[in-house]
Design a protein around this ligand. Structure first.
Ligand code: HAM
Length: 420
């Protein structure tokens, strides 16, 4: 018989770690909701052309990493490699941009990239993302960045840094592109790199090979060639970040893996992760909506990697969320006792308490071990003799102290202990 395994490069999150995964994801979402971002749930797969046009044909994401297939109606669809293109598609399709601006949206879920799997680089990755669409205000850029920063910090993470730059706009990027190409074409580049310089010269600055790095060390950078308006925009974003107390480092050579970025662009980097150090990234994408057939509206957003945030927390030796599966664990000794404890468990659950009990016939020792492993702070111990007496043993699992409580008073006793 075949032994099945999860697809290569796809992580499983199992208890108790899965509770952390959920705490990280929900913590990041909660920070965005506090800033007025509304939830949006979108399809996992979309028209392939949406990503090709939105993310950019020359990116690795589109040219090498998409999970693309023909469905049974012979349409080419793709498992979403990122969230921004789908959000803009939905905003255009449903006319969300006809309401008050900016449209502020938050989403979470899986994304798919056929990358070479390694630590922190998965083929199914999870992100929490936000998009703020329709207003080009540097204060909004700062808000988006501050929300990401606050999200990470709310989890207790502090060993990361924010890198930021500006990629300019229509008024300065074309001239800079020419300047960069002029510089690159003078270098002794191999065929493929030369072609990249023709299609997307910025990407050559992201080349990791040492000899290319060396050759491009003095390449002109966008930040030195911003138009007055793009420069003012960037300076205002930085002034807002200063006022908000969000620390940052300017990295004029930052290159993002997606083509839609304009002006403010940023990345959160964690040094405890090795090569895959980006725990989140984002930026402005002022031309994307028009490019996808909508109005000429601006946008800015981020995507934060939930998997990598988990790894960053681990690197810092931190945990979030409760590792305890339940608050109360029932230990029945006998069938009658089991029925009584089942009823009590249902009553406590209805009152909002997390309760589990020992099933099967594992004996007292086995049941108490299960109680300890569950993370519960209280055990309810009942044998047939207790039932005759009309009591249940309520045991404090940290001190080991146990008292008999009348069956009718158990719910109140447990609630007062847990809330007290
Ligand atoms: P991205 O930089 O491609 O941006 O991805 C955002 C984050 O997702 C990364 O910083 C990283 O933490 C995580 N991530 C990406 N690929 C992988 C992978 N293979 N394995 C594990 N984690 C990964 C975007 O996707 C943009 N849509 C963000 C955005 C929203 N920009 C504007 N709005």
């Amino acid at each position: 018989m075949t032994q099945f395994q999860a697809p290569k490069g796809v992580p499983d999150y199992l208890p108790p770690e899965s509770a952390q995964f959920v705490a990280v994801r929900d913590g990041l979402i909660a920070t965005a909701r506090r800033a007025g971002y509304a939830d949006i749930e979108l399809p996992i797969f979309e028209d392939t052309a949406l990503f090709a046009r939105g993310v950019g044909e020359s990116t690795d994401v589109v040219s090498k990493e998409m999970y693309t297939f023909a469905d049974r109606g012979d349409r080419s669809v793709t498992l979403r490699p990122e969230g921004t293109a789908g959000v803009i598609r939905a905003v255009i399709e449903h006319g969300l941009d006809r309401g008050p601006l900016p449209v502020k949206l938050v989403y979470a879920g899986p994304f798919f990239r056929y990358e070479r799997p390694q630590a922190g680089r998965y083929r199914q990755l999870q992100q929490v993302g936000v998009e703020a669409i329709g207003v080009d205000d540097p204060a909004l850029d700062a808000e988006v960045i501050a929300v990401a920063d606050a999200g990470f910090r709310s989890l207790g993470l502090d060993g990361f840094r924010l890198e930021i730059t500006s990629l300019g706009d229509d008024t300065c990027r074309p001239q800079y592109r020419e300047l960069l190409q002029e510089f690159l074409f003078k270098l002794d580049l191999d065929e493929e790199t030369r072609r990249r310089a023709e299609i997307n010269p910025l990407r050559v600055l992201d080349d990791k090979r040492p000899h290319v790095r060396e050759m491009t060390a003095d390449a002109p950078v966008m930040l030195d060639h911003l138009s007055d308006s793009a420069k003012q925009h960037f300076d205002t974003v930085l002034a807002h970040l200063d006022a908000l107390g969000v620390p940052y480092a300017i990295n004029p050579r930052m290159v993002r893996g997606l083509d839609y970025y304009t002006k403010t662009t940023f990345e959160f980097v964690h040094d405890g992760l090795g090569a895959q150090s980006g725990i989140g990234g984002g930026g402005r994408y002022d031309g994307l909506m028009r490019q996808l057939g909508g109005k000429d509206l601006s946008g800015i957003g981020f995507g934060l990697g939930v998997d990598r945030t988990m790894l960053a927390l681990k690197a810092e030796g931190k945990t979030v969320g409760s590792t305890a599966r339940v608050d109360v664990f029932g230990v029945p000794l006998g069938e009658q006792a089991k029925m009584r404890l089942s009823v009590l468990a249902a009553q406590l659950r209805a009152a909002g308490v997390r309760v589990d009990l020992a099933y099967g016939d594992r004996g007292v020792k086995g049941a108490m071990r299960a109680a300890d492993r569950s993370g519960a702070s209280i055990a309810l111990v009942a044998g047939d003799r207790d039932l005759e007496a009309g009591t249940i043993g309520v045991k404090d699992l940290s001190s080991g102290e146990q008292v008999d409580v009348a069956v009718d008073d158990v719910v109140a006793e447990v609630l007062s202990r847990l809330r007290g």
